[in-house]
Design a binder for this molecule. Sequence first.
Ligand SMILES: *[C@@H]1O[C@H](CO)[C@@H](O)[C@H](O)[C@H]1NC(C)=O
Ligand SMILES: *[C@@H]1O[C@H](CO)[C@@H](O)[C@H](O)[C@H]1NC(C)=O
Length: 227
Amino acid sequence: MIVNQSSIILALGLTAAVATPVRRQLPPSTRVQMHSSCSASQKQTLNKALDDMNKLTIHATKRILDKTYEDPVYQTYFGNGESATVVGYYGILTAGKVFFSDVDNKCSQPGWAGHWRGEVAPLETVICPLSFNTTARKPLSALCQDGDRFSQHKTNYFLSSDLMHRLFHVPLINPEERVDHYASNYTEVTALAAADGDKAEHNQDSYMYFALDAYARDDVNPPNGCV
Ligand SMILES: *[C@@H]1O[C@H](CO)[C@@H](O)[C@H](O)[C@H]1NC(C)=O
Ligand SMILES: *[C@@H]1O[C@H](CO)[C@@H](O)[C@H](O)[C@H]1NC(C)=O
């Protein structure tokens, strides 16, 4: 394998070979094991972003359990999509075990912030240097800052929400591969919720936008958040 020191692998679960179907038993919270190729600052950035991703997913779950599918904010992103399904996927996202290792050689492709390694190593997802570029990826602390509106950004604006994207491509997290990309920007995501709740509850960016919105409204800038 070609080792590229500048990027990092997130591997879900144990290092054992993946059998099909992928088992669903997961440890209780997302943990990071850093490979030695990971620099101290990369390690710090990713640890923080994973903590923030956990914060987002846990908060989103709490909000749904508290306010149920009748919550207008829930309906903005998931329409009449089944809330138990949504809670289930958020739960799986927070249950992963991640560890960092050396990498493949695909990060030089323009705009690539990471990629799932595919059949070669189905438990692993690569984190490319673009993920550490502070112009391209913001910390969650930037949410609502200085009048910024998250709805104006793609969900990869925040590294913590972009990590959900990385994890959704790992079969341990999304074993049936039903969660996919049907709508990406805010306008498309909210239109999808209104048109097709079943698709919305299987659309990656719906999870990220709802989690950002719920967190913004409840914790960062109550009561209205920063849509
Ligand atoms: C960081 O990202 C910005 C915006 O995507 C890009 O213009 C810039 O060239 C990147 N910097 C590096 C060092 O890659
Ligand atoms: C969202 O994506 C659609 C389709 O690609 C595009 O037409 C629209 O301009 C985008 N809207 C925003 C706010 O970026």
